[in-house]
Write a protein that binds this ligand. Structure first.
Ligand SMILES: Cc1cc2nc3c(=O)[nH]c(=O)nc-3n(C[C@H](O)[C@H](O)[C@H](O)COP(=O)(O)OP(=O)(O)OC[C@H]3O[C@@H](n4cnc5c(N)ncnc54)[C@H](O)[C@@H]3O)c2cc1C
Length: 384
């Protein structure tokens, strides 16, 4: 069975793939978008309920700029789709003078004209009494940042792309055979042939399996556990806007307020062990749960014995530094790679789509940090 041939074939309908398909189609090109399990599926990194969109990146202005531009594009899409999938919870950074990361972001936020407030320990205690502030001496609050309802956001972009003419196929593609420097078509596991002029692989944590020689040692998929704890009956102090999203660089923990009554969501940003996105075991560990309870005791003492309502295991698809991989395949001239979201990629979906469309269609200047050459085989994380 044949799928009609398109100019562009995008493999992987996570947040990167749907936005790439969206921008290529907007520019008037024919596009086929393929996903093994469907857009925003539970195995994908994009398939969770919620993702934080924050502007602060320490002193890293590149991602601050991208996050701000992406938020505008997300909001435009949600407005046009009539779906309010962004929740302006505000984002609170908890830090200490000793750790430059949090205070540093005021420079990049100011440079990009992003609203923020620097808060002293006293101001934190009076405005956010939910938190245990032992050892915290400084806060930065981003009032206009918040949460994207992730899975539904991916579906909203997909629906918009399909409405505008993107051909959407649910099937798994086989890794392309590495013969020659040009790819003509892909074969799906169900026996379809998908032909195109240019192929973009946005397969998240599957990229190392599809290109084992090139990416097997350059993308590091890790197991990441997520927990939802239930607040006491009637409690309002854990809901937005009373409670914001919070992040603490030194603790390597972040959390989201009780959204849609699912409970407080918390997770460690520390990289877990290596993980297979397709068959990996998605039951959280006793140790992970214990660590989260210890964290609650210290930072949200009212919730120290709160019941665990839900848990999830997802995966990061890390590059060596945490910078995205957005580049041309070094050997196959009509193949491009988009991945390496590294635990912070969701919010940037719109900018990734726009950047890839610019690179592919207009030959715009590449950002060296996104190149394949900069993706090392040893992890030295520098982006958080
Ligand atoms: C627990 C957790 C918390 C996170 N928190 C945040 C956050 O708060 N803010 C933020 O900005 N980012 C966050 N991230 C990171 C963000 O979610 C990811 O960077 C982003 O979703 C990656 O999107 P992607 O499109 O590259 O990959 P994916 O969403 O994984 O999509 C890849 C797609 O490719 C498909 N695919 C794979 N192989 C094939 C094949 N052979 N044929 C066809 N299809 C195939 C898969 O089915 C999948 O749908 C978090 C990630 C995790 C795991």
């Amino acid at each position: 069975m044949k799928v009609s041939r398109s100019e562009f074939v995008v493999v992987g309908a996570g947040v990167f793939g749907v936005w790439i398909a969206h921008f290529l189609r907007q520019r008037g090109h024919s596009v086929t978008l393929v996903d093994a399990f469907g857009a925003g599926n539970t195995r994908s990194s994009s398939g969770d309920e919620s993702r934080v969109i924050r502007m602060g990146y320490g002193g890293d202005t590149l991602y601050t700029r991208w996050a701000a531009r992406s938020l505008r594009m997300w909001q435009e899409l949600f407005h046009d789709a009539g779906q309010p999938l962004f929740i302006k919870t505000g984002v609170l950074w908890l830090g200490t003078e000793a750790d430059a990361y949090t205070p540093q972001q005021t420079g990049s936020l100011s440079a990009e004209k992003i609203a923020h407030e620097m808060l002293s320990a006293g101001e934190l205690a009076s405005r956010f009494p939910q938190f245990g502030l032992d050892g915290i001496s400084v806060g930065v609050f981003e009032p206009d940042s918040g949460v994207l309802l992730a899975r539904r956001s991916v579906t909203a972009v997909l629906d918009d792309a399909v409405r505008s003419g993107v051909q959407y196929v649910i099937d798994a593609i086989d890794a392309p055979e590495r013969e020659g420097v040009h790819l003509d078509h892909l074969q799906t596991r169900a026996g379809k042939e998908i032909g195109g002029e240019v192929f973009i692989f946005s397969c998240g944590a599957w990229l190392p399996q599809i290109f084992p020689n090139l990416l097997g040692k350059r993308i590091f998929p890790t197991r990441q556990e997520v927990f939802f704890f239930g607040p006491p009956p009637g409690a309002q102090q854990f809901k937005s806007p009373t409670m914001p999203v919070w992040l603490h660089h030194e603790d390597e923990v972040y959390g989201l307020p009780d959204i849609e009554n699912r409970g407080i969501k918390i997770a460690s940003d520390r990289h877990g062990e290596r993980f297979d996105p397709e068959i990996g075991d998605r039951v959280v560990s006793a140790q992970g749960l214990r660590e989260m309870r210890e964290y609650l005791q210290r930072r949200l003492p009212v919730l120290k014995d709160a019941p665990l309502l839900e848990s999830r295991v997802g995966q990061y698809e890390n590059t060596s530094s945490g910078d995205f991989l957005l580049d041309r395949h070094p050997e196959i001239e009509n193949v491009w790679l988009a991945g390496g979201g590294s635990g912070h990629g969701f919010k940037h979906g719109p900018m990734v789509g726009q950047y890839m469309a610019g690179r592919i269609l207009d030959g715009t200047e590449p950002e060296p940090r996104f190149s394949i050459e900069r993706k090392l085989q040893v992890q030295q994380r520098s982006v958080y």
